[in-house]
Design a protein around this ligand. Sequence first.
Ligand SMILES: *[C@@H]1O[C@H](CO)[C@@H](O)[C@H](O)[C@H]1NC(C)=O
Length: 645
Amino acid sequence: MVFLRYTFVSFLLIDTIIGAYFPINRQGWTATADSFQDGNEPSKAIDGNANTFWHSRYNPDDPLPNSITIDMKQSFSVNGVSYQPRQDGSGNGRIGQHRIELSADGQSWGQPVAIGTYVNDATTKRTTFIARSARYVRITALSEAQGANNPWTSAAEINVFTEANYRSRSGWSGIWLNTVDIPIVPAAAANLPNGKVLLWSAYRIDDFGGGTGQTQTAVYDPTTGEVTQRLVTNNQHDMFCPGISMDFNGRIVVTGGNDEQKTTIYDPTSDQWVAGADMKISRGYQSTTTTSNGRVFNIGGSWSGGEGGKNGEIYDPSANQWSLVQNALVSPMLTNDRAGVYRSDNHAWLFGWKGQSVFQAGPSKAMNWYTTTGTGGVQGAGLRSTSQDAMNGNAVMYDAVAGRILTVGGAQHYQAAQATADAYNITIGNPGTTPQVAKTASMSFARGFANAVVLPDGTTFVAGGQSWVEPFTDTTAALVPELWNPATGAWTQLNPMAIPRTYHSIALLLPDATVLVGGGGLCGGCGTNHWDAETFVPPYLLNADGSRKARPVIQTVAQTVRLGASLAITTGGQVRSFSLVRLGTATHTVNTDQRRVPLTPSGSGTSYTVTIPSDAGVALPGYWFLFAIDNNGTPSIAKTIKVTT
Ligand SMILES: *[C@@H]1O[C@H](CO)[C@@H](O)[C@H](O)[C@H]1NC(C)=O
């Protein structure tokens, strides 16, 4: 196996590297802590005996944060830390919010390798991150696990992991920041207008079952690193395997899934989950998209609520009412999956477009135009060039002004199938017209169950997935992300991530122009649950030596702007262009909310004006991230603005 480490070329090799982590022998190690109770010394956390534990002093004068520092006595390539809470039945001192840091000398610690929140239970928590050389490991507890408000910290066992096949990453692009530990396995996600990220799993934090009426949720704040957890029961909606769309007011409309008739709306203004009207047709694995008049079109979804006949219906958020659009037939968009309609009407690639139309770009090899007015309709839009059915591939509108869509990956069958590395460049015009489609360069890695995120500069970032699609496995996972350049059609390989992201993974653009990639698994006692996310810093934010580039700054801009209106923007200095990227939602490879609108400014220096497209099918109203991009191609941190009708 040793020879493999020098030829990092194939997905098989990446798979070899996954799971090649092992705990380091702790013999001779020492541990110190800022506080301990006599009999519960820090050494008890590395003694190999789960019945003994480190505990901070039973004295409120040693309040949180508490930290424990482990000296391994020599350097290792460290890529993981596990934390086992005390095993005596008491929850006192269980770590909740925390950070994990590494050091070569026990003095300087640098940026944390992990932040986040552990779930409040007695199971062992395992954090994986990009390997770094270190002799010292420090875990700092910032709070007790949620639900407890004691001033203590305890740990039965702490292990440190090393990567067997550590390789130098010089010459690769981009940087993966710290891992974020999340107290649920996030299988669904949505950007919020306040910059936070809403995440949810199913009725359980790590497993799903049929129609249980509750959902485990979490919110991650990228600016503070804080992750909070909340069980949502008031809507009796288990929101696992849903359709998700953001309406004109940034409200997140979640439909079906495990409770297959339900509609639930997350309102970011009140931070409440509220019940919406039941759908006319029960669904799970359907797709939804917001249309140019602010309604939510919904089609497919035989995974739950019975198989077949999942024709269109549409939701009016202001009237809280679903109506059938019965001639928006599902049959033209079926794939030829060997499992039949249970799989073949899943996860449609939908784009709300001009005149209340919806363009369906896949995953079927046939593309279609849907009419959503009246009783609806469907009209063929031809084949996606040479593409086969591409279930669990991705489709991204990287330039809504020009009608451009990139599609990548997917497989002919939902599971037990070879994924493709192929990618296609689609240009749509007026509804009902035949789109232009051409194959663009293929990715270096075949992927199904990946995520694709359009970046402010119009490049598309693709991360995760696996070449042989098999839910709840991480075999054949692609750890190397790729970036597609719309100007050249070429792909660039980027630095590999630490954690596989396959079935049930998510990715979203963050307002600081980095990308959050997380989740995967949600299969109970299985080995592929990923209670975490990693953040990728794209090359446009980095100098060649990995340091951060200076960024342009948006100083002032209105918080709302109407379609077709001009928008005045002041900046900290000269910029080249602006772009809008609509806030995204993600689950099961589907993100019908993200899209990018490039904006050509007039003006110079620190004062610019842009014009918002006038067509609601292009600049779909709702919340968008506004980025300024300087002459080096470096984006600013976004201002979130609301586009209104
Ligand atoms: C995508 O398609 C459009 C329309 O055919 C074309 O102008 C553009 O150059 C294509 N981009 C790439 C990278 O192939």
